[in-house]
Design a protein around this ligand. Sequence first.
Ligand SMILES: Cc1cc2nc3c(=O)[nH]c(=O)nc-3n(C[C@H](O)[C@H](O)[C@H](O)COP(=O)(O)OP(=O)(O)OC[C@H]3O[C@@H](n4cnc5c(N)ncnc54)[C@H](O)[C@@H]3O)c2cc1C
Length: 363
Amino acid sequence: MKVAVVGSGIVGATCAYYLSKENVELTVFDYGVGQATKASAGIISPWFSKRRNKPWYKMARLGADFYLKLVEDLQKDGFSTDFYKQSGVYLLRKDDSKLEELLEIAENRKELSPMIGDLKIISLEEAKLSIPNFNNNGRVLFASGGARIEGERFVNSLLNASKARVIREKVAIELENDKYKIKGETFDKVIIAVGAWAKDILAPLGYAVDVRPQKGQLRDYRITDKNSGNYPVIMPEGELDIIPFEDGIISVGATHENNMGFDLTIDKAKLDDFGLEAQSFLQSLSAAAIINERVGIRAYTSDFSPFYGEILNSNGLYVASGLGSSGLTTGPLIGYELVNIVMNKKTILNVDDYPVSRYIKKL
Ligand SMILES: Cc1cc2nc3c(=O)[nH]c(=O)nc-3n(C[C@H](O)[C@H](O)[C@H](O)COP(=O)(O)OP(=O)(O)OC[C@H]3O[C@@H](n4cnc5c(N)ncnc54)[C@H](O)[C@@H]3O)c2cc1C
């Protein structure tokens, strides 16, 4: 069976890795420009969310758990998994008396998600033991199981492990005699993992698609403390997150900009504001060098829910999109599920909870 994966962000790269374990002839097409995954430095810590959407929460908590399987599978195959680390997270509230409520939510979720790890509210002094330059106006909720991932390294590692043929081009899908063709080559099944570009690729095939773009930017700094890889992720209230990596690298972000279309220009003023706010939590950032600025486009549906599965009556088109701002958490599980569907295997989630037909309609 010949399978094409179009788009190789976190979803497409995971599809490629798990498809490479099946008896299929695999080709990956990826343009890469504006990719959300490689722009992201991300946090895997869904357990404190107050979103009421139950199918979403189930996907997010199982998505966090899924990293353990993915890491184990890659390590068994002899590949590095240093894109992922359970470094723990510090959750901050402007009013730290709100932390007890947050702790209770997480304690209640621990039974289904033991991966949360140790949960405790700690003083500023205790918090400084793990991050020497940390500052805050109150206590901190620590969850030892929270993790951070580096999106670009994730994708490169999985594509490398898949050994797939990768064609780095923007492609179109054509339908000819009931068969799907890409660059003149016919495929039995096509997985569309193009994130925010779902409308772009499906409209020419006669589909209406409920997916819109949202611009996200972040900035990477380098501080002098080389031990930063052991810092927990700092999550103040609001948009700002401070995500530490090895060797003094600290990512600060991320913006959530609607109505900007697919604009990929860096807005330094916005990133400066984030940087300034971040200094109040991690003081070493005030003397840090700026080493990189990134921009990517997230995909949202009108009800903020992700979807994945086969497109109704398409005879071989599979799709996932709408992962929004939690796609690093849900993306690998969605990729794995798509492969299960393509290969007619049992899925982990109930696919009817994330119906493609709600967001993609034949015109
Ligand atoms: C700055 C930022 C920070 C984020 N932080 C977090 C976080 O902390 N935690 C979290 O869980 N999530 C986070 N996210 C969200 C997460 O990164 C995304 O939801 C996720 O990466 C989306 O993955 P995807 O595979 O669906 O799409 P993408 O990663 O966007 O990949 C789609 C790929 O398809 C390619 N493509 C499109 N059209 C075509 C075509 N016609 N032909 C070939 N290729 C094509 C694109 O070029 C791209 O490479 C963040 C996002 C951003 C931008």
